[in-house]
Design a protein around this ligand. Structure first.
Ligand code: HEC
Length: 220
């Protein structure tokens, strides 16, 4: 056998012996990794939906929330959610005026997703480190700071979905695209050669070509 033929024979044996795409494996199995265990999947599947689906058992009140917030959140967000230095303000604010201030009170549409965000992403240096009861308590406290719930409010699986946030109706949930609704002209259409452009953004410096990604498809 010539040497190249021996190489091909050896390669063929390697392929044949490789278990990666052996029969019996599920489609899409590439021979590496291990299937995620139910416990691993549960560890990542923590999102809470606007209707409250996904909220775990537990509860927390405004007073306890004030304590946990003072320890875990106030260094950045201020004792009353007013925001230290450039960290986000969590209370007050208004979307009106020249400088709208989106906060939990002025902007967020759901109390349930506030729970979700605090649970998954805060405190900033140690995300997802709080017990569900503490997240409930903090949520109650932040809602109370915004005058959305009373002092004796207890946050839990049932009460949070019922909280009506001030900006609940300020979002457009329907995908508005396409945002122009031209209909194609199919008969007796205007001769394109006769169309005269009377106004254009060209030359008015509205969209300088020198910024943003280079678009070489346009004449420079
Ligand atoms: C070390 C500083 C720090 C600490 C401590 C901290 N946060 Fe934050 N927080 C941030 C930063 C930075 C952001 C903005 C993150 C972003 O936009 O990606 C933020 C964003 C938020 C927001 C969203 C604000 C908005 O309207 O977009 C909420 C709510 C929030 N934090 C709550 C908390 C709570 C509750 C705690 C305590 C459990 C906490 N944070 C602790 C720094 C911190």
């Amino acid at each position: 056998m010539s040497s190249w033929a021996r190489h091909i024979a050896a390669a063929a044996v390697l392929f044949a012996a490789s278990p990666a795409w052996a029969a019996g494996q599920p489609p899409g199995y590439y021979g590496y990794g291990t299937p995620a265990t139910p416990a691993q999947i549960a560890g990542w599947a923590i999102s809470v939906r606007p209707d409250g689906q996904g909220l775990p058992p537990g509860h927390g009140n405004v007073d306890h929330g004030a304590d946990v917030f003072a320890q875990q959140c106030a260094p950045c967000h201020g004792t009353f959610g007013e925001g230290e230095t450039r960290y986000p303000k969590l209370a007050g604010g208004s979307l009106k005026g020249d400088r709208p201030e989106p906060t939990v009170g002025s902007f967020w549409p759901y109390a349930t997703t506030l729970w979700d965000y605090v649970n998954s992403s805060m405190p900033f240096p140690a995300p997802h480190s709080l017990a569900p009861d503490d997240v409930y308590a903090i949520t109650a406290y932040v809602l109370n700071l915004n005058n959305i719930v009373p002092n004796d409010f207890v946050a839990d699986q049932n009460s949070l979905p019922k909280v009506k946030m001030p900006n609940r109706d300020g979002f457009i949930w329907k995908d508005p695209r396409p945002d122009t609704h031209d209909t194609a002209c199919m008969k007796a259409c205007v001769d394109p050669a006769a169309v005269k452009i009377t106004s254009s953004a060209e030359g008015k410096n509205l969209t300088p070509r020198t910024t943003g990604p280079l678009d070489t498809s346009l004449p420079q």
